[in-house]
Design a protein. Structure first.
Length: 256
């Protein structure tokens, strides 16, 4: 009686027509990286169906592969899945992702991994007090989310002035000369580093900023007397007006 019960229980277990095994991807990828995994399919019966490979990131997905596949009973097939995580393929997919494969009503899903377009920037501390026409030396390093050095452009801007520099092997160094007629004030210098693909589309990018203070420089001194003549022994009153590099009156200490 017990043997019959076991046989009935085994008969109720659905037969597995194929086993799918996906090799595990790396923990983090940047946009433009190559993603390479291996898919192993072991068929327990003769099967012909479409093999679907799907990339899913934060609830959104795209098809990476859809090929017709035929396997004999007991056949083991290893399929390499190698593709570029470029914008052309993944559009704007980012976040926590998985790769899944489906064949003959069986499926398998990889461990989750991160797909990121971030660049981490570490710049030297150039905050301080500067005079007009003084050079601000800006340098640092830039890394992709994977930790690999970035390679692209650095855009540095202050107000409506900007300039570009090169990021080579994760390093950059740019000298920004402040304009002669820049007004004394506190300014934010923004740094943006980005990489582009062959189509000119920005793939990975990052931003950071620091503040500097531009000093007022005595550029003009105006002296006015309250009278064109004075009697000997009488007080002579005059007024001094100081102006900075943009012609504004200086009401604070200035260097001259």
């Amino acid at each position: 009686m017990r043997v019959i019960a076991v046989l009935i229980f085994l008969a109720l277990i659905p037969a597995v027509s194929a086993e799918l095994i996906i090799s595990q991807p790396s923990a983090v990828y940047s946009i433009g990286d190559n993603l390479e995994v291996k898919l192993t399919i072991v068929s327990s019966e003769q099967a012909t169906d479409f093999l679907d490979v799907i990339l899913e990131c934060d609830g959104r997905s795209i098809s990476l592969m859809k090929n017709a596949l035929s396997l004999r009973e007991g056949e083991e097939r290893e399929i390499g899945i190698n593709f570029s995580l470029s914008q052309v393929i993944i559009n704007d997919l980012k976040g926590t992702c998985t790769i899944s494969a489906e064949f003959n009503e069986e499926s398998s899903t990889s461990h989750p991994f991160i797909l990121s377009g971030d660049i981490d920037i570490e710049a030297n501390n150039f905050e301080g007090r500067y005079n007009p026409e003084e050079v601000v030396q800006i340098s640092g390093t830039a890394k992709r989310a994977t930790g690999m050095p970035a390679k692209g452009l650095v855009e540095i801007s202050i107000g409506n002035k900007s300039l570009l520099g090169i990021v080579n092997n994760g390093a950059f160094s740019v000298n920004m000369t402040l304009p002669k007629n820049i007004a004394p004030s506190e300014y934010t210098i923004n740094l943006k580093i980005y990489e582009k693909d062959d189509s000119g589309i920005i793939t990975n990018q990052g931003e950071t900023s620091q503040k500097i203070i531009v000093l007022a420089i005595l550029s003009n001194l105006e002296i006015k007397a309250d009278s064109t003549s004075v009697r000997p022994g009488n007080p002579f009153t005059f007024f001094i007006s100081a102006y900075d590099q943009v012609g504004n009156s200086i009401s604070q200490d200035a260097r001259y």
